[in-house]
Design a protein around this ligand. Structure first.
Ligand code: SF4
Length: 326
């Protein structure tokens, strides 16, 4: 579909011979960066987590407080039942909307390794026991990924299913990570990324372009760090400022501005050119619902932005990886 970069949808179709759809699940997890021992949460975190449109909070049955939780309040059984319901709802929605026949399980919301090893095993087992899946994807933080959890995740690959760990980095610059309250350094992320690979798992790196105070050179250093660990996948997006967050207070005070489409097109094109040609590009734009978004308020939707980016790269004669290693 898009000719200038190695996009995930095409990769899945090549690998499995058909389109594969991810079922996003809210497993009722919390986040160590948001609890009382944490660092106050990321400055852009509005406490709603990333939830698929068909798995809204009112339907998942979980009430994730926007205050900082000290512990996971839900007992395990309701979580397991909700996970089964969410998977069924996801399959129904994706089948009706897209005619989907092949699926992946995606633990998407909050920090999906933030629990005891035994609870994680039961949660993952219950989700994967609901059917046959092409990929198993777990999104988490680099400071919440001990080796026993990695070994557990690795065990699910024995059936031939691809197992991905999605690891939030956002920036390679420690001063930026401190400023946005990530609660970890780039060294912690790199160590976790290497341990993901030591356990035979696939790595997807999350990166934000346009963070406060960052230049395009800073952004390219982030891409270089992703390249340095041989990340199989990357999720890039422009900075979104959700309302009611610490970041939105800074934004309203005029401390920083968000990227226009033109600025983000420039960043995204350069990031793709700098990126390893082998890395699968799993996302290039953020889709925060407008009712939660303080900025940017004017930005093209996903398909329009991607078509603009594809056309710009075609006009410039550029493609993913043509500046890799330069
Ligand atoms: S890691 Fe995710 S859930 Fe945790 S504070 Fe940051 S954005 Fe929020």
């Amino acid at each position: 579909m898009y000719s200038r970069w190695n996009n995930y949808r095409d990769y899945l179709e090549r690998l499995y011979g058909c389109p594969v759809y991810r079922i996003g699940i809210d497993g009722g997890f919390s986040c160590p960066n948001r609890d009382k021992e944490g660092h106050g949460g990321c400055s852009f975190c509005d406490g709603t987590g990333a939830v698929a449109v068909y798995q809204r909070k009112s339907e998942s049955g979980f009430t994730h407080s926007s205050a900082f939780d000290d512990e996971i309040s839900q007992s395990l059984l309701p979580r397991l039942l909700s996970i089964e319901e969410q998977i069924q709802r996801g399959k129904t929605f994706l089948s009706r909307r897209y005619g989907a026949k092949a699926f992946s399980i995606y633990f998407q919301s909050y920090t999906n390794t933030y629990d005891s090893l035994e609870n994680l095993r039961r949660i993952y087992d219950r989700a994967l026991g609901t059917g046959s899946y092409k990929e198993f994807i777990v999104s988490t933080r680099p400071d919440c990924l001990p080796d026993d959890v990695l070994s557990l995740l690795s065990s699910y690959g024995s059936s031939g299913m691809s197992v991905w760990v999605e690891l939030g980095l956002q920036s390679a610059d420690d001063s930026t990570l401190l400023r946005i309250g990530r609660g970890h350094t780039s060294a912690v992320w790199k160590d976790a990324a290497e341990r993901v690979h030591d356990h035979g798992l696939l790595l997807s790196s999350h990166v934000i372009l346009g963070l406060p105070g960052e230049t395009i050179d800073d952004e390219m250093r982030t891409i270089d760090l992703v390249n340095s660990v041989g990340s199989e996948g990357i999720k890039i997006h422009n900075l979104h400022v959700p309302g009611g967050t610490r970041l939105s207070e800074e934004y309203l005070e005029g401390v920083f501005t968000v990227s226009s489409e033109e600025r983000y097109l420039e960043s995204a094109e350069l990031a793709l050119r700098r990126l390893s040609p082998d890395t699968i590009v799993q996302r290039l734009i953020c889709e925060t619902p407008m009712h939660r978004l303080a900025a940017p308020r004017v930005f093209p939707d996903k398909s329009l932005f991607l078509s603009h980016l594809d056309r710009a790269m075609e006009e410039h004669g550029t493609r993913q990886g043509d500046l890799y290693g330069c």
